[in-house]
Structure formats: structure tokens, C-alpha cells
Write a protein that binds this ligand. Sequence first.
Ligand code: DAH
Length: 344
Amino acid sequence: MEEKISNIKEQALKEIEQSNDIKSLENLKVKYLGKKGELTALLKIMGTLSPEERPKMGSLVNSAKNEITEKMQSKEEVLKNEELAKELESEKIDVTLPATKQRRGSKHPLNRVIEEIEDLFVSMGYDVVSGPELETDEYCFERLNLPKGHPARDMQDSFYISPEYLLRTQTSAVQARAMIANKEKTPIRIIVPGKTFRREDDATHSHQFNQVEGLVVDKNISFADLKGTLEIFMKHMLGEDTKLRFRPSYFPFTEPSYEVDVSCFKCGGKGCNLCKQTGWIELLGSGIVHPNVLEMNGYDPTIYSGFAFGTGLDRLAMFRYGITDIRLLYANDVRFLNQFDRKD
Ligand code: DAH
């Protein structure tokens, strides 16, 4: 019996030592210490021994059991640590490796130009406002001194939805809205960037395009204010050397009205293909707000005066970035848009 105990113990310790994962260790536990295990079997036959032998054998079996249990526990710890180490190894990341490059979207050239203009005018105390793209005939034309049947309506081929509603052809529509809304007659200083629509489609015209409108209404507003403002605006967008030329023109909502040309930023005014050899590029419509417009929208023209201007943002963006076809701005072709990836 003594030898048997010692054999079982040696065998168990050896197998525990050799086991190399938690699972086989579990199996050994069952094999030696479980209910039907080898040592447990020996304890069961204890009753058949003589009373003298019994305590000795009992204590031998128990100490074997303790030794095996201890060995098992220490082995289990070793194995667990090994497994943990393996797991950590497999999860290890090298933070010094270069990251996978993420494709980031880029700001659309039109949005860049809009943001730049907004920043400039906000710095001069203007508010940025918007109006509906689906506009009424009343705000788009009538309140701007363009009654139904007025010949100047021909200048803007329009998309009518119904006799009363159309897609706005000009951001000027918001001029009337701003004046009507300003019941207290506080000074108006606004710009209105936004989408406009006309029935045209070629390399320099798109059925959808963008304008920015400017309107200032207050007491004692004169042409000098308009001229100074547009000079700041154009120099900021196209360079400090830019010169402006005011040509008399006609818009129903301003009197006098001007078309404003800027000196060609490509040739500096010498004449090139961009300015069609004239040295000038036509860029804005502007003027002194017509007394009829002030009156129709709640302002006494003997007290108040104002100036207004409007320009195509698409053309500005095209000049700024050397884009030759306006439709590229609206085609959402990533090959085009990627060229405006931010480098910063
Ligand atoms: N709305 C005009 C257009 O689309 C541009 C314009 C001209 C706006 C004169 C103005 C202005 O505010 O005073 O052709």
C-alpha cells in the first residue's frame, strides 16, 4: 500500500509537470483527486486495513494528496501566466508604425469662396442672411420695381412652378424681405449668399448657380459707400492691385445702376484671352437703391437711402481657381473635387 501511494504520487507529480495547458491539468485533477480518482480510491479501501495501519496510511494518502494539490496549484499559475503572456503578445500593437492614410473630404471651391466673403463682410459689421429658394413673384420681381409684364423681366429666364411661385432668379429677392422684416428701421447691413436658378446651360452658365447679394440701407448712404465697399471686397478676393471700373447700366431696383468691371488679374490689364483683350472683366451689378424699392418695402426715400450689389459666386470661384467650365462645380466628380484637397 505504501509503495502504491508513493507510485501514484510520483506519477501524478510527473504528469502535472509535463502538462502544458490548463485543460490537461483539469483532466489530471479528475484523474487523481476526483471522486473516482486514484487517491480517492485508496481512501475508500482504508476501512479494510487493520486499526494499526489505518492512521499511518491515512496520513500518507493525505500528504500525497496535499503535495499533488499544491503542485497542481503552482503549475496552474505558471500555465495561466503563460497564456496571458501569449494573449498580450498577440494583441500587441506597434504604435510607431505609420498610420493607414484616411481619405478626407475637401471643401468645395464654392464653399471656400462663400466662407471667405462671409468672413470679410462680418468683419465689417454685416449680417449673413438667407431667404427661400422657392420664391414668390412678388419678392423676386414686383417688390424690386419689376411689375408683371415689365420688359426687364426678359433679362432673367425663369423657372415658374405656378403663376405665383418660381425658383428665385436672383438673391436680390432677399432685399425686399430684409426691408419688410425690419420694422424698427434699424440700419440694414446684410449679405445674402445663396443658390439661384435660370433657364440656361452652357460652359459659362448653369441652370443652377450661386450669387451673393449685398444691401445697406440707412440714413445718408451714398455712392461713395458703395464704391469703397466694392473696392475692399474685390481687392480682398482678387488681390490688392485690382482696379475697379463703374460703367453706367440698368437694373430696375437701383438708380443709378452700375456694372462693375475689375482689372484682369491674369494679364494685369494688358489684354489676354481671359479678358478678351480688353483688360477688364465684368463681375458685379450694383447701384443706389431705387426710391420705389425703398417705398414699396416700408422706407421713406426722403429719409433713407441705400446701396446694393450682386455678383455670381461661381464666376468668382472660377477666376480664383482657374476653372474653365462652370458645370464642373456642380457635377460632383471626385477627380475634380480632389484637386481642392486641403494641404494644411
Ligand atoms: N440681381 C442682379 C442679377 O442677378 C444683380 C444685381 C444688380 C444685384 C444690381 C444688385 C444690384 O443688388 O444692385 O443680375
